[in-house]
Ligand binder design. Structure first.
Ligand code: IDP
Ligand code: MG
Length: 166
């Protein structure tokens, strides 16, 4: 089944110059990138993204981590990958959540670490199921930023202030 999944290269991945390596690993899957952008992560976006972990003791540190506050590199690379079994393929390549338990050959096993404060800095995020992928992709991307119509959208006439080139 063709699926789409959200992939984030987290701030530690960017700081460690791992973008090229991670994209090369992901290209082994033969999935297609159908959206990509660099995002400066607001506290609101970070909290919304990890809303299901709000009760965890590491939540505040995790929100800091995703924003890049631990790495002085306040951005992430957000992408949507699309193709056959995209969710499982990317999750398998990413490896287990805990980088010390992840397969050494997986992305997290190779590049992740646990900080002294206990956050799993595991360099990549990947949606774990279709429901989560839909919620996350709609959170990070607008319909026109994705080159396939992966979810239904509508055209609305809005009156909003928008920054444009001067
Ligand atoms: P996932 O990223 O493998 O889907 P989740 O349980 O969704 O794992 O957790 C989101 C992120 O929160 C992880 O990628 C990791 O950075 C961090 N995290 C999860 N569990 C722990 C933990 O027990 N200690 C510290 N950080 C954790
Ligand atoms: Mg998760």
């Amino acid at each position: 089944m063709k699926q789409q999944t959200l992939v984030l290269i987290k701030p530690d991945g960017l700081v460690k110059s791992l973008t090229g390596n991670i994209l090369t690993r992901l290209s082994e899957t033969k999935l297609e990138i159908i959206a990509a952008k660099i995002v400066k992560v607001s506290p609101e976006l970070a909290r919304e993204h990890y809303q299901n972990l709000a009760e965890q003791p590491f939540f505040e540190e995790l929100i800091n981590y995703l924003q890049g506050n631990l790495h002085a590199r306040r951005k992430v690379l957000a992408m949507v990958y699309w193709g056959e079994d995209a969710i499982t393929k990317v999750r398998d390549l990413a490896g287990a959540t805990n980088p010390e338990e992840a397969e050494p050959t997986s992305i997290r096993g190779a590049y992740g670490r646990i900080t002294s404060k206990g956050v799993y800095e595991n360099v990549i995020h990947a949606s774990s199921n279709e429901k989560e992928a839909e919620r996350e992709i709609k959170l990070w991307f607008e319909p026109e930023e994705i080159i396939l119509d992966v979810y239904p959208s509508q055209t609305k006439t809005l009156s909003i202030a928008k920054r444009v080139w001067a």
